[in-house]
Design a protein. Sequence first.
Lengths: 460, 286
Amino acid sequence: MQTTIFTFTVLLLALIGFYMGRARAVSSVGGDIRQLHSLPRHYGYYVSLWCGLPTLFLFILWFIFEPQIINSLVLHNVTAINDETSSAMVARILSDIKFIAANGTNVKSATPEMIAAADHYLELKKIGIACLGVAVLAFAIVGLVIGNKNIGEKLKARDQVEKAIRVLLLASSIVAILTTIGIVSSLLFEAIRFFGKVPLSEFLFGLEWSPQIALRKDQVASQGSFGAVPIFAGTMLISFIAMCVAVPVGLLSAIYMSEYATPKVRGLGKPILEILAGIPTVVYGFFAALVVAPTIRNIGEGWGLEVASESALAAGLVMGIMIIPFVSSLSDDVIRAVPQALRDGSYALGGTKSETVLQVILPAALPGIVGGIMLAISRAIGETMIVVMAAGLSANLTANPLQAVTTATVQMVTLLVGDQEFDSPKTLAAFALGLVLFCVTLCLNVIALRVVAKYREKYD
Amino acid sequence: MKPMTKDNAVDIEKELNLSNGNVSKGVNSVKLSQDEVKISAKDVRVKYGEKEALFGINLDMPKGKVTSFIGPSGCGKSTFLRCLNRMNDTIDGCSVTGQIIVDEVDILSKQVDTVLLRAKIGMVFQKPNPFPKSIYDNVAYGPRLHGLATDKNELDEIVEISLEKVGLLKEVKDRLLEPGTGLSGGQQQRLCIARAIAVDPEILLMDEPCSALDPIATAKIEELIDELRGSYTIVIVTHSMQQAARVSQQTAFFHLGNLVEYGETEKIFTSPVDERTKGYITGRFG
């Protein structure tokens, strides 16, 4: 609450700074703004930045260090903690203190010492906020004054503002990159912990997947086995079925849209096709589970085949439908990028439309199409919702599309949903699966982007 | 008749007192006997949507000779050339009326099969456009489409003869299986000509075939055109008046969608009748 007020105060000061800076710059040259080095608004931005940036920096530091400082001050007075207390115990005491502070004293764990600590905690919080308020206000005002004082005819405000913008953009990209690194490394470290409990060879080459493990020591359960082969086989099977649907339909529709359709049909057909891309995957999921899977089972029974109620075929078909717009719009782009001169060349030799498409346009566009298909495959492998709802959970090692299989994404969901203990192999297995999945899709994407980029060079 | 917009040209016309709304029918000093004529255009009009691009062209092109079309940009010379093998069919909203008689057949009629027509009338484009295939496959593309070779040996022979005719065989003999796009610009253009003559056409249409080439490659192509004359009836669109003078026997001057003057090349360049032709070839506009 208080921080919101502080934020608004700083913003208000920055706004005032903008007008002050601008007015000062204009008055410094007696109203003749042509004599200024930069535009008047640059001087305004300059003062605003002086007012806002140091304050922003202060805020960030505060949010990083405030909890740590307060925690250590509070725990310092708690006698139950000494050098030998485990870090888990410390964390537990700390959360108890915070719980008392938030919910009052009539809690089970409220010993007098804890209550005192909780009071201490609340008091420190109050002091902290007050300090923050004073510091923020001081920074903002000092910044405002310094910025304002620097303004004069000679100040190259535009250059300063450009520099600030550059730093801002740089900071944004760093945030994005750091986040990626953070995600990948958390995946990596958890996976390494998993491989400490289950050997890598068993995970990669084991044929049995049943991650049932006792969650508590008194529970009866098998040891569980973590052979990931059936899971990746299932992933591949479903992705393969999906590509069997998406590639022909997507490619042929792209050829129709780019080569045959009149502008009117194209203007109508393309957006409709792209609506497919806008449907949430969960909708595809229940379409697969409630419509496609029963239909396939009925048809299969009519032929005397045994079809599981959740089959790889149903999930694969629907996933394929989901990917059609992906394949078709990427292919459409590369087909249209083929120079008109090549078409003319073929037509002028008496080639018909289909001959031209088949023998000239597709070979010319092939690298781009392959790139698009690889992106689509990595999309299919990473798809979760459809397979969760339609493919089932049993990790069968089978190539029969009429049986239920499971995919890496489904297993990750089931391993992590619900109450889990975060150091059992069962939960850690999800990270290992995720790591393998990440590597596979990363490789596919890199190859795809390479292929597409190589193709682009040729015609631009 | 509304002249097409080309401001500077219109100004010159005013200066020359020629644009009174009724543009002259055009001077035609070429008199050909019935069997000398290969292509005969009668009142050919082209419209792109609502916009008229050609206003009734009458033109007889002689067999086994080179006819060149000259004129400023947007005058309709390329449009007319594209009528001669129905390439305008591939453009949406383009309509062609009138008659173009080739060997007693009106090629603009709906009954004419464009596949066969284009085998008979080949075309070479402004920018070399070899297919992203091997040199061999580029030349073999047409013969394969039309089933001109019964076996591999025959196809090899067609490819070899076509490349020989354009003088490319010696240069590419050892790399027939390398991509055609790897050749130099001039070689690519000769490859495209070889590709066109591989289907054994009677007429070759060339749409500014040298405008993307350097002078040496241009000289080679012009030499080639001269050699091919006699075996083929050649129609060439060019921006370069010198080129028209060098390679063609007949020259037609187009302006704002009209045929202004048509005659022996020498006559057009030495003693043009129409003031606009005079203005164009002396470099006063265009």
